[in-house]
Design a protein around this ligand. Structure first.
Ligand code: SF4
Length: 179
């Protein structure tokens, strides 16, 4: 009898998408994974509504905006297990570099000082920035931390394989910050 598939949801908050690219670097192992996992919500698939209950949630990136916070809370509420994937999610990493500056100064730098054509700070269609930028576990509880920038495909494979087998992975055995 075939085992039921584990439902998986992924999202990126304030990240560069590199952690998701590393997931895609699983290459042919994605085919094996498809036998055990159903990707129900992700930037990698068309499904754009997070189901009410999900077995496993993976978040890339730090919490930098109100939209990031809302998504992290939604994932925590609906996912049985939540994974922080990559250094930005685990420590704040690159997005948190702006914590040394005021939000107004960051916006000025990005939208006025470095722009020659119609410099202005956007007010529509962009989520409000939060200060400070935080790692995910500073706002919601996280079950598995996977450091790396990005974590390698081998690391992601190890973590998913352990979780599929019903074991808690020990990512520190196979990856480290900045790896
Ligand atoms: S951890 Fe590295 S690869 Fe992943 S989102 Fe952050 S900067 Fe990108």
């Amino acid at each position: 009898m075939t085992e039921p598939k584990i439902t998986l949801a992924t999202a990126w908050l304030d990240g560069c998408s590199g952690c998701h690219m590393s997931f895609l670097d699983l290459d042919e192992r994605l085919i094996a994974l498809a036998d055990r996992i159903e990707l129900v919500y992700s930037p990698l698939v068309d499904a754009k509504t997070l189901p009410e209950t999900v077995d496993l949630g993976i978040l890339e990136g730090a919490i930098s905006s109100e939209e990031d916070l809302e998504k992290a809370r939604l994932f925590r509420a609906r996912c049985r297990l939540l994974v922080s994937l990559g250094d930005c999610a685990v420590t704040g990493n690159v997005p948190a570099m702006r914590n040394a500056f005021r939000v107004e100064a960051v916006l000025d730098r990005a939208y006025r000082e470095n722009v020659t054509c119609n410099p202005q700070i956007p007010s529509l269609g962009v989520p409000a920035l939060r200060c400070p930028v935080k790692p995910i576990h500073h706002e919601v509880s996280v079950d598995v931390f996977v450091p790396g920038c990005p974590p390698s495909a081998d690391t992601i494979w190890y973590v998913l394989s352990e979780l599929i087998a019903g074991r808690m992975p020990e990512p520190a055995r196979v990856t480290r910050f900045g790896a």
